[in-house]
Design a protein around this ligand. Structure first.
Ligand code: MRU
Length: 368
C-alpha cells in the first residue's frame, strides 16, 4: 500500500542484512522504520507491538528465525529461538504456523546453509501472505459489489481493530475487500471502531484508510450497536487471530459484541482470514489462549498534546485494579461467512473443509 505516494510493505529485508519494519507504536503521529538485527530484536518488536496483527506477527517470527540462524544455526539454538518467539504473543495462530513453516524448510538443511535458506523461506512466507491477502480482497469484493447493487447508495462497512495492510505484509484481511471496492469505484464508507485499549482502529485503521483516500469515520467502540439499529451499517468485516476448525473466530476484544449486535439487527458479519490463521487442532473457541496484556494499556492513553508533543496520561484512579484481556471469541453461529484466499465458506468444519479438502482427509485419517 502507499504512504504519500511511496509503496511499502510492513516488513522487508535490507541490503545490509537486517530486516526493516514499520514502527507501528509511533503511528499515526510519526512514520518511522526500525531495523531488526537479531532474534531478540524480532522477539521484542512482536512483544512490544512495534509490529502486530496476526499475519505480520507470523512474518516477523519467520524473519526472527532467519536472524537467529545467522547468529548460531545449531539445532539447539534454533529450537530455543522458536520457543522465544512463540512466547511473545499467545493468541495469533499465524505465529505457530510461520514457525512450523520455518522448521519444515530447515529440517534437512546443513547448519552451514541454514541462514541462507531461512531468509529465503521468510521472504516466501511474506510473498505468500501478500498473494493470499490480495485474493481475500478479490473474494470479499464480490460481497460489497452485490450489496452496493442491492442498496443503490454508499455501502457502510463497520470494522474492528486493525485488520488492514499494517496487520499483514500488504493489502490486509478485512480491509483488502474494502480497498478492492474502493479501487473499483464502488461508493463505500467505513465505520472504524476506535478499539480500546490500544486504539488500533483510531490510530492504525484510520491512518491507512486516510492514506488510501477511503471515506471513513472513527467511532467510539460502543456506538456500533446504535448505528446498526438505525440502519447505518450494511455489513461488518473483521479479521481473525485464530479460527478454530469449527469456524469460531478469535479477534480483538470487543469483536464478539459487534457480532451479537449484528445478529440482532440482521446485518451480515464476515471474518476475513488467510489459511495460516486456522488452528485445525482446535474445535472449541473456548480452548484458544487469550492474551492478557499490561494494565498500563488500559490505565494510560498516549496522544499528541496541543503543543505538538506526544504525551501519555493516566485515565484510571491509581487505586483501581484493571483487567486487560486482548481478544474474545465470536462463536461460528454468529458469523455469516468466512472470507479466505480460496473463497467464501460457512463458518463450520464442513465449510472450512470444503475449501481445504486436504484437511478433511487428514481429519478422517486421524479419526479412523
Ligand atoms: O493486538 P493486535 O493489534 O495484534 O490485534 C490485531 C487484531 O486483532 C486483528 O484484527 C487480527 O490480527 C486480524 S489481522 C489481519
Amino acid at each position: 500500500m502507499n504512504i504519500s505516494g511511496t509503496h511499502y510493505r510492513t516488513i522487508w529485508p535490507t541490503v545490509t542484512g537486517s530486516v526493516r519494519v514499520i514502527d507501528q507504536s509511533r503511528l499515526p503521529f510519526e512514520f518511522a522504520t526500525v531495523d531488526l538485527e537479531t532474534l531478540e530484536d524480532a522477539a521484542s518488536a512482536i512483544r512490544s507491538m512495534v509490529v502486530r496483527g496476526a499475519p505480520l506477527i507470523g512474518a516477523t517470527a519467520a524473519y526472527g528465525i532467519a536472524l537467529a540462524s545467522r547468529q548460531d544455526s545449531s539445532d539447539t539454538h534454533l529450537k530455543e529461538a522458536a520457543r522465544t518467539l512463540q512466547a511473545t504473543r499467545p493468541t495469533a495462530h499465524n505465529l505457530a504456523w510461520a514457525l512450523s513453516q520455518m522448521r519444515r524448510a530447515l529440517k534437512r538443511v546443513s547448519p552451514r546453509e541454514r541462514a541462507n535458506v531461512a531468509f529465503k523461506e521468510a521472504a516466501r512466507i511474506c510473498d505468500a501472505d501478500v498473494e493470499q491477502c490480495r485474493a481475500i480482497g478479490v473474494h470479499g469484493f464480490e460481497i460489497i459489489r452485490r450489496r452496493a447493487a442491492a442498496v443503490g447508495r454508499v455501502v457502510n462497512i463497520l470494522t474492528h481493530c486493525n485488520a488492514g495492510w499494517l496487520a499483514c505484509v500488504d493489502w490486509g484481511t478485512a480491509l483488502s475487500p474494502v480497498y478492492a471496492a474502493h479501487d473499483a469505484g464502488i461508493p463505500i464508507h467505513v465505520w472504524v471502531d476506535e478499539t480500546r485499549p490500544r486504539n488500533q482502529g483510531a490510530s492504525l485503521t484510520a491512518f491507512e484508510l486516510a492514506a488510501q483516500g477511503v471515506p471513513h469515520t472513527v467511532i467510539a467502540d460502543n456506538l456500533g450497536g446504535h448505528l446498526m439499529q438505525r440502519g447505518r451499517v450494511d455489513m461488518v468485516i473483521v479479521g481473525s487471530d485464530r479460527t478454530t476448525a469449527a469456524g469460531d473466530v478469535c479477534n480483538k476484544i470487543g469483536t464478539y459484541l459487534k457480532a451479537l449486535a449484528a445478529r440482532d439487527n440482521d446485518i451480515p458479519f464476515y471474518a476475513a482470514l488467510p489459511a495460516g490463521t486456522i488452528d485445525w487442532s482446535l474445535d472449541q473457541g473456548s480452548d484458544i489462549p487469550i492474551e492478557e496484556r499490561s494494565a498500563t494499556e488500559l490505565t494510560h492513553i498516549t496522544g499528541r498534546s496541543s503543543s505538538g508533543a506526544l504525551a501519555t496520561v493516566r485515565v484510571v484512579p491509581e487505586s483501581s485494579p484493571v483487567l486487560n484481556l486482548g481478544f474474545d471469541v465470536t462463536p461460528a453461529r454468529l458469523v455469516t461467512a468466512l472470507i479466505t484466499e480460496r473463497g467464501l465458506c460457512a463458518a463450520s468444519r464442513a465449510g472450512l473443509e470444503s475449501l481445504y479438502p486436504d484437511r478433511r482427509i487428514a481429519h478422517a485419517l486421524v479419526g479412523s
